[in-house]
Each structure stands twice: as C-alpha cells, then as structure tokens.
Design a protein around this ligand. Structure first.
Ligand code: GAL
Length: 835
C-alpha cells in the first residue's frame, strides 16, 4: 500500500501563476437586447478566474450528465427532480447527431430525441443546462454520435482540417444553436443554457496529428464562438483551447488541473462516477467515499464547476450503443441508477457533500486563492478567506491507510484515511468524505411474469433477397450502412468425388478471418461454429472442421456488428465484417482460397425485412411451438403490464445473444452468454481509483437485466419479440420489478449524528428488521449486534418510522434508554423494510 504524496504549495497552488486578474469579470458577451425587448428574464453569463458568473454572481456549480435518449420522456421529469433534490444546479447533456439526422437533411426531434422538450423540463425545474453539442461526442454512443452516412461523404476525413467534414460539422452545430435560439433557451434569452461545448477531448489527438489537427481546433473554436450564443463555450481535454473558449478537465480526479489562462475558471466537465460496461467485462463501481473525496479535493484547489459523468447513465436502447461491445446498460454506477431509482448511499452522500460545499460558497467565491498549509505528512489544510470575514477550510488526509488527528486553529479533528473534512466556518466539521451518513438501499428484483412463447426459424441460406454478388469479400458497413447489425456472406464450394476426406473421415478445415465483431458460420445449413471478438480486440477468427459432401456445398457466414467504434484515431476508417482470407484446408489440392470467388451478399435477416418485431410484421409468418437452443430463432409472446409503478426489466439470463423488442420498441442488444472476464477484488475506497478498482459480475453475464420502460407498455396485449442468434431457452426469460427492499443507516454516534431513512415514493417503512445502538457490525442486509447493545435500540424506530415514508432523528443515548457502555465509541445500525 502506498500513499499519494501530497506536496502542499503556498498561495497559487493551482498552478495558474500568481498574477491574477482581480475579481474583474472578463466580459464575454452582453445580455441580449432582443431578450430584454421581449420581456424575458435575461441574464449575462461570463466567467473569471474563479467561476462561471451568472448575472454578475460567481457560482460554484454542481452538474450531472443525463443523456436524453438514454431514458424516456416519461422518465425525464423524475430524473431531473431527483437531480435537483440531490443538490445539482446544472444538467449536462451531449447532443446526439446520428439520432437527430438519420439521413442527410432529414431531421428527427421527437420522443427520446426531443431535445427542446428535455431542456424546457430542466428549465421548469429551475436548473441550468450545459449543452455539449460536439458534434463528436464519444459517449459510448454508436459511431461517437456521427451519422454513418457522414463516412460516405466524398473526400471526408473526420475531425481534422477537412472541408467536407468541417462543412457538415458547422451545419449541424449551427442547426442546434439556431434551434436553441429560436426557442429562447440560452440564458441570455431567458433560457437555462449557461454553457456549450464544441468538440470532445480532441487535445490528445491533436498532439499526435500535428498541424492539420491544430488548424482544426482553431477553426472549431472560432466557428463555435462565431455562432454568438451569448454563453461561454468549453472544450474538454483541450489544453490549447483558443480564447475565449475554456479548456476543462475530464477524469477520475481533477485536482491537478488548471486552465490555460489565468482568467479562466477551473472546470471539471466529466467527474467519472465509475465507468461503462462492455459485454464480456465486469461491471465497474466507484465508492461514494472516493467520489466525494475527488470532488472535495477539486473544490479545495479552487475548482468551481463539477459535472458528474454520469449522474443518470440510463440505457443504450436499440442499436445506439457504441463500441464495439458496449453493453445495453449504461448504468455507469451513476447517482441515479439505470432504472431511475436513487443509488444509495451514493446519491445521498453526494447530496450531503453539495450541501456542505454550498455552505462554503459565499466565502470561496469572494476569497482569493486558497492558502494551503501542511498539517503533517500527507495532511493539509486549504483555507479560503473573504474580505468580509468569511472563512472556509478543507482538512485533507491523503494517506491511504492511516487515520489522523490534526490540530487546526487550536481545535482537534479526526480524519479517516483518504478523506477531506469540510469546515464552512473554519470551525465545525460538517462533512467528511469518508463518513457516509446517507442511507443505504438494498435493491430487489422480483419476478412478476414468465411467458409462454412461440418461435419462428430464420432462414439461413440467404439466396432469396440477395443484395448483390461480387468476386471478393466486402467490408460490412460499406454494404449495410449500419441499417442492421447483420450481413450474410454466402458462397458455394464444389467438392469433387475424388476428395480423400470423403472416404477417410478427415473433414476439411474452414478458416474465416473477420475484422469484427461476431460471426456464426453455417455449412449446408448447419451451424459449424460461432466466434466473437472483445472490446480490446474486435477481430474474429473461425477455424474448424466442417462436414462437406460431394457436389455443391453452401458456406453461409452471418457477420454481426455490436456497435460501431466511438473512440480512437480516425475510427471512421475501422472495418467490420468478413474481409478474408477465407480458406478451406485439407483438400487434395491442399488449401483452397475462397476469398476471391463469387460471394452473395444479403443485408440483414429475412425476419428484419418482414419487421417481425412489430405487431403487423409478426402476423405475416407462421409461428410454432417454441424451439429451444436453436440458433437464429425468433420468439414471440404477449403479456399484460404488471401493476404498480416500479421500474421493470427483463431477466435474459437463459438466452445467448440477440435483440429484444416490446411493442415494436427496441429494448436493445442482449448478450448474457458473454461472461465477464476480469478481476473482482474486495472493494476499498482508499487510494487512487481506476475503473478496475471495484468491479462485480466476474464470471457471470456482464448484463442480465434489460430495462423495459413502463411507458412502452399498454395495460394488456403487449407484444414481445426476441431474436436469438446463438440458441437459448426462452422459458427462462422473466419480467422483474425493481424496488428498494431494505433501507439501512449506519452512523457513528457523534453529537451531531442523525439517522434518516426513506422509502421510495408510494412505499412505507413496514418493519424495523434490525436496530442496534452500541457496537454493531456488518453491512446492510447482514448487521449483527456487538458486545455493547442498548436493549431499547428498536424503540425509537418502531415509534417514529413504521408506517411512514421517511423518518429522521438525532441520535442520543437518551432515546435508546441510556448509554449501554459508557466510554466506548458507539454507532447505530438500523435496517428497515419498505413495503
Ligand atoms: C470520455 C468521453 C466521454 C465518455 C467517457 C468514457 O473521455 O469524453 O464521452 O466516452 O470518456 O465513458
């Protein structure tokens, strides 16, 4: 175990030099006269070295990413309200170009892509918006947000000094800015948008690509600023962002960061709440204590804008997941879970952190740079003092293992390892990042419905609806343009009756090389094997013995993409599909190269072209008794919506790989057969976090539950259709309800200690399962009493909590009938059931 060396630096520790532009605000833009004429409440958004300045006031802003197409419009108001309740000031979202312009010049801004509606809901809730237009967005979103047609614009090269690309980028950026202006959504017009973003993390690529990339950066910044939004632009991870664009930090920690000019504020546009999940990988989690630590560390260095990426991650519905191999769940261990429920204690702990920092805000924004002093090895204080006498302090213990007792201004403070305490008045410690007093919620997934299925077998020999033939193997995207995951490659192989393998039983060996991402190989209509790549290596190789007969044999390869790349240098040049070579070995002639013979191409599956996933399409074919463990099979069933308002999910564990639709809406790709390979060590919040520090699901499906938005269901007669590529048992699919089972609190019995418990709206505390004031141990769902236990531990909770949605009380010995073990440090642990 090592320690992060912390070197205290005197005034100016944020590395932005000592020369400060005083509290003078760098006027970026002026409030819009037009807005004033229209009588809207317009305010000016500018910035200075301390903060974003709204209407003349510096702000410490907490922001959270919620990506509108990753949830449904019906979920948006609830998500926004939970973000507000959690202490956020701003909602940040990318803009999803490929969702908005599916084909050139044809725009879509409805339903989950109704950007204006989303922003107006945020405005109604009284929050601000940070609009990251990109239009390159990365985001584990298909093709990084670019429409696939963009790749086929003649002469185009993405994200460099290339005219066709710049024209397209400018066109879309302007389209969005104009739309926002028309709806009066910029703050200067009385709207909620206080910030925008152009590009996304281009800095590291610029270093590699040199002059044309540099020219592109300057062009992008100028183009954006020229659109006169009236609010500042940021470029994240772009050290050389040209003025007046603010360069910002993305990462797990950003306390090392400072912007490229002393007149720019220190902003953290992506504080990663964990990491995304890929099929075949474990699921990352980030402990709340470390999340809070990283944010407190940033603020104490003078940071004034923190955006949680993701506050609510949501779901990659349909084929929107990027990749390849990004899972359908984009939960991200966000503060609100994929299903829209609070993730506790993470949400509550960050709420408490925000509250503590907001108490410091008046002092911090009025003060100069913090004065940093050492309080011992790996210990430091960071103090903000304002001219009006305000004082706010952060006391940090950067050691990974050792508790510390520090003396600050003559008072003693106890600091757990890897923690920061916040003292809004330089005296009272109102919050420590490692002491979690927010409640823990144990989630339940209860089966509410199983189904009876019918099936229909997909056609394997793809000669019916042939797109074209060619005497070579062709790259997949070029043919499918990503309208479907699937492309059939079919060829015929003539086997002469003199082939020795026909009599000696030594079957020939077929080898197929694909650039990705998965493929199933059929010979004469029978599955010969399936192969798939991984997020680290999307390429695929099939090699296996195959049964062939004398005469004409059919080789049919179903190549499948699993989301297009969203990141990397020139990811638009990446290939997918079977580009060869394909060889057949073990023949009399040795090995026969099949790459350059006639190949027949069919785009997509027959069931797709018949729209079997829709109510109308599904009635166009015959369905029979459900086949089990058969590749390339369609299943259908109908069901009624379960009662209640709990979020729903499908448990797909019994299936292999495929896609699922309900009432024609795509729930997304499922792939529970892809088990997570990786390490899932015991999780510890202490020390530098990386996405591999705390993981779960090792050896299990990376994703077994698939979110079914309630609003996609009718009360009765919902059609569910499953396309299974590999073979599975649909009788094992179930619909589950997600809810809070138990809520727990575990707090140290300090003089300020308070216990708060609350169930979801509409639920009440039905029972106190456990309560102990004394020395209890264990975790939520498994507490046990210690040697010290107050016999009346249950009483106050029985009296104040049962039958209520929430309850809160101060912890004193008196309410438990007196101190059971004077002189011993005590805690209180309580677990309540929500019903
Ligand atoms: C960032 C990027 C985001 C997202 C994130 C990983 O670098 O800006 O869009 O991809 O990484 O989840």
């Amino acid at each position: 175990m090592s320690s992060r060396e912390y070197v205290p630096v005197a005034n100016g520790c944020d590395g932005r030099g000592r020369k400060r532009v005083p509290a003078m605000v760098v006027g970026l833009l002026v409030a819009s006269l037009v807005a004033l004429q229209l009588g809207t409440v317009a305010s000016k958004v500018t910035y200075d070295h301390k903060a974003i300045v709204i209407n003349g006031q510096r702000k410490i802003l907490f922001s959270g990413s919620i990506h509108y197409p990753r949830s449904t419009p019906e979920m948006w108001p609830g998500l926004i309200q939970k973000a507000k309740d959690g202490g956020l000031d701003v909602i940040q979202t990318y803009v999803f170009w490929n969702g908005h312009e599916p084909s050139p010049g044809q725009y879509y801004f409805q339903d989950r892509y109704d950007l204006v509606h989303f922003i107006k809901l945020i405005q109604q809730a009284g929050l601000y918006v940070h609009l990251r237009i990109g239009p390159y967005i990365c985001a584990e979103w298909n093709f990084g947000g670019f429409p696939v047609w963009l790749k086929y614009v003649p002469g185009i090269e993405f994200r460099t000094d290339n005219k066709p690309f710049k024209d397209a980028m400018e066109g879309f950026t302007k389209k969005i800015v104009d739309m926002m202006k028309a709806e009066k959504l910029f703050e200067t017009q009385g709207g909620p948008i206080i910030l925008s973003q152009i590009e996304n993390e281009f800095g590291p690529l610029e270093w590699d690509q040199g002059a044309p990339a540099k020219a592109y950066t300057n062009w992008a910044a100028n183009m954006a600023v020229g659109l006169n939004t009236g609010v500042p632009w940021v470029m994240c991870k772009q050290d050389d962002a040209p003025d007046p664009v603010i360069n910002t930090c993305n990462g797990f920690y950003c306390d090392w960061f400072s912007p490229n000019k002393p007149n720019k504020p220190n902003m953290w546009t992506e504080a990663w709440t964990a990491w995304y999940t890929a099929f075949g990988k474990p699921v990352p989690h980030r402990p709340p204590q470390d999340m809070a630590f990283s944010v407190a560390a940033f603020i104490q260095k003078g940071g004034s804008f923190v955006n949680y990426y993701m506050y609510h991650g949501g779901t990659n519905f349909g084929r929107t997941a990027g990749g390849p191999f990004i899972a359908t769940s984009y939960d991200y261990d966000g503060l609100i879970d994929e299903f829209g429920l609070l993730r506790q204690p993470k949400w509550g702990h960050m709420k408490d952190l925000h509250h503590a920092i907001k108490q410091c805000e008046p002092t911090i924004v009025a003060a100069g740079d913090p004065v940093v002093a050492s309080l011992g090895h790996n210990l430091q204080s960071s103090v903000f003092k304002s001219a009006s006498g305000g004082c706010a302090a952060f006391l940090g213990n950067f050691d990974w293992t050792a508790h510390a007792n520090v003396t600050f201004n003559g008072k003693q403070y106890e600091l757990p390892p890897w923690s920061i305490s916040i003292l809004p008045d330089c005296k009272s410690d109102v919050f420590n990042t490692a002491r979690v007093s927010a409640q823990t919620s144990e989630m339940r997934m209860d089966t509410v419905e199983s189904f009876s299925w019918q099936s229909h077998t997909e056609e394997i020999n793809a000669t019916e609806k042939v797109a074209f033939t060619n005497n070579m193997m062709m790259e997949q995207l070029n043919i499918t343009r990503d309208k479907t995951d699937y492309l059939w490659y079919t060829t015929f192989v003539n086997i002469d009756k003199t082939e020795k393998f026909l009599s000696n039983g030594q079957d020939p060996t077929l080898t197929v090389m694909s650039s990705g991402h998965a493929m199933s190989v059929f010979v004469n209509g029978k599955l010969a094997g399936k192969e798939y790549g991984s997020i680290d290596n999307p390429g695929v190789k099939f090699t296996g013995k195959v049964k062939m007969w004398d005469g004409s044999n059919t080789i049919s390869i179903l190549s499948a993409t699993v989301g297009l790349p969203n990141v990397g240098e020139h990811f638009e040049t990446w290939n997918a599909g079977v580009i060869g070579p394909v060889t057949l070995g073990g023949l009399n002639e040795g090995s026969r190269l099949l790459t350059f013979q006639k190949w027949i191409y069919q785009i997509g599956l027959k069931g797709e072209s018949l729209s079997l996933h829709t109510p109308a399409g599904s009635s166009s074919v015959q369905w029979g008794k459900a086949a089990v463990n058969q590749p390339l099979t369609w299943y259908k069933t109908t069901f009624n919506a379960p009662g209640g308002n709990e979020p729903l999910a499908l448990d797909m564990s019994s299936m292999g790989k495929g896609q699922v639709w309900i009432n024609g809406q795509s729930i997304g790709r499922y792939w529970p057969a892809y088990k997570a390979v990786g390490d899932c060590p015991a999780c510890n919040y202490k020390g530098n976090y990386s996405e591999k520090t705390c993981q779960s699901q090792c050896g299990d499906a990376s994703q077994k539950w698939y979110h079914v938005p309630r609003s996609w269901l009718k009360p009765t007669g919902n059609l569910m259709v499953v396309l299974e590529e590999w073979g599975g048992d649909p009788s094992g699919i179930s619909l589950v309800k997600r809810s809070v089972g138990s809520v727990c609190a575990y707090v140290d019995a300090t003089p300020q200690a308070k216990v708060e418990l609350s169930c979801d709206l509409g639920k009440k505390i039905s029972q106190i399962k456990f309560a102990s004031y004394g020395t209890p141990s264990g975790r939520c769902g498994g507490y046990s009493e210690g040697s010290c236990h107050a016999h009346k531990s249950y009483d106050p909770f029985q009296q104040n909590c049962v039958g209520k949605q929430s309850c809160a009380m101060n912890v004193t010995a008196a309410i438990f009938g007196g101190d059971p073990c004077p002189g011993t440090l005590k805690s209180i642990a309580v677990e309540a059931t929500c019903g």
